[in-house]
Design a protein around this ligand. Structure first.
Ligand SMILES: [Zn+2]
Length: 389
């Protein structure tokens, strides 16, 4: 194993593979991981690690899969500090604030957009996020949406067409014409650059019928649906997501019993985004209710300049434990393996031979510290595809 690197003396290793260790997290104590190129090639007891040219001593700290962030809106320009400040001074959040970012994004140069995405991707990586989905949704013209997707594609394979984020101001009097654009000429330009299609299904954005039309049109072009569902009200988004076989229903804050049942019976992951509730001073989703019903749960920061301007997965883990009824183990799973499920990926979100060498070493002996030490930057080292970030 001449080109390989062994990471030895790991106090607690989260494999997310129950066949490799204890419980749902597949925990191994006193462990080692060997990586070669961009892959993990060996996992086991530190004392039995094979000889390699390179060795990293974890020094009794915890190692886990890199965080898998399945929901971000990083292609944007401008700033909404004033809106946040006003909201924290008593004004409620509505979907309309997105239009402020749309105007700034349309006016930005390609280079400005690329530099902005690069900055937030770097910021997320430093904090241990190694897989990142990125959406469009602040262009809302055919050219600006396609441009946003091209910019995102330079940073990730997980690119999502969100032309249906809100109805832009120039279509305010004729939303049906905007749905025609999103499912017609805009889709033609955007489909080659995306893997997923998303809709903000919400009062003030798109209703259930419009969302169905948009997601179905995308699916016919090979894009798999994901849905912004039930964030602000108990709408039709979650059940539509399950019915259309969406990979994920995101937010899931306001759910009926029928919504929970649908998620439990379908393949759609419930992706919870507690940064949005934090930053809009709103009620958190009830993760405990979903988990007890057998729903697969993922966590994501929902990084965007309006309703949740954080890229920190560890912050979301802490919120999920403190505010949403998750155990620390459940929250760590949701931030890694859960995100991988939401992106239908089997090569990330776990530490096992054959998986991508995406790893986060914590400056802590246990992954529980992600919730136990909120707000503390615990990512001591991050490997992305075998390369130290
Ligand atoms: Zn979002």
């Amino acid at each position: 194993m001449t080109t390989a690197t062994a990471i030895i003396d790991i106090s607690t290793l989260v494999t997310n593979d129950p066949s490799l260790g204890e419980g749902p997290l597949g925990l191994l104590q006193n462990a080692a991981v060997v990586i070669d190129g961009d892959r993990i090639v060996w996992v086991g007891e530190s004392s039995k690690a094979p000889a390699t040219d390179n060795q990293v001593d974890a020094g009794g700290r915890a190692l886990l899969p890199g965080f898998v962030d399945s929901h971000s809106h990083l292609v944007f320009a401008g700033d909404r500090t004033a809106e946040f400040n006003a909201r924290m001074s008593g004004r409620p959040y509505s979907a309309g604030g997105i239009r402020t970012t749309v105007a700034a994004t349309r006016a930005a140069s390609d280079q400005d957009l690329e530099e902005n995405v690069a900055r937030y991707v770097r910021e997320a990586r430093r904090q241990g996020t190694t897989t990142l989905e990125i959406k469009s949704g602040y262009g809302l013209t055919s050219q600006d949406e396609a441009r946003s997707l091209e910019v995102a594609s330079a940073f990730t394979d997980e690119v999502t067409y969100l032309g249906a984020h809100v109805v832009p101001p120039e279509f305010a009097d004729d939303p049906a014409a905007y749905v025609d654009l999103v499912t017609g000429p805009m889709l033609d330009l955007c489909a080659p650059h995306a893997r997923w299609i998303d809709v903000f299904c919400e009062q003030g954005a798109f209703d259930g019928d419009q969302a169905r039309t948009i997601l179905t049109a995308g699916a016919q072009r090979g894009l798999t649906p994901r849905v912004h569902a039930n964030q602000l009200t108990q709408g039709p988004g979650v059940q539509l997501a399950v019915e259309l076989g969406a990979a994920s229903a995101d937010h899931c804050t306001h759910l009926s019993d029928a919504d929970v049942d649908a998620l439990a019976q379908g393949d759609t992951v419930a992706t919870l985004l507690p940064g949005a509730e934090f930053s809009t001073r709103s009620r958190y989703p009830d993760a405990r209710r979903l988990l007890d019903a057998g729903v697969t749960v993922a966590l994501s920061p929902d990084c965007n300049p309006g309703s949740s301007f954080t890229s920190s997965m560890s912050f979301c883990v802490a919120l999920a434990v403190r505010e949403m009824g998750m155990t620390p183990d459940e929250a760590v799973w949701a931030a890694t393996a859960g995100g991988a499920r939401a992106l239908r990926r089997t090569d990330v979100g776990r530490v096992a031979p054959g998986a991508r060498a995406d790893l986060t070493l914590l400056d802590a002996p246990s992954p529980v510290h992600l919730a136990y030490r909120p707000g503390v930057p615990l990512a001591a080292a991050v490997w992305h595809g075998g390369t130290l970030v």
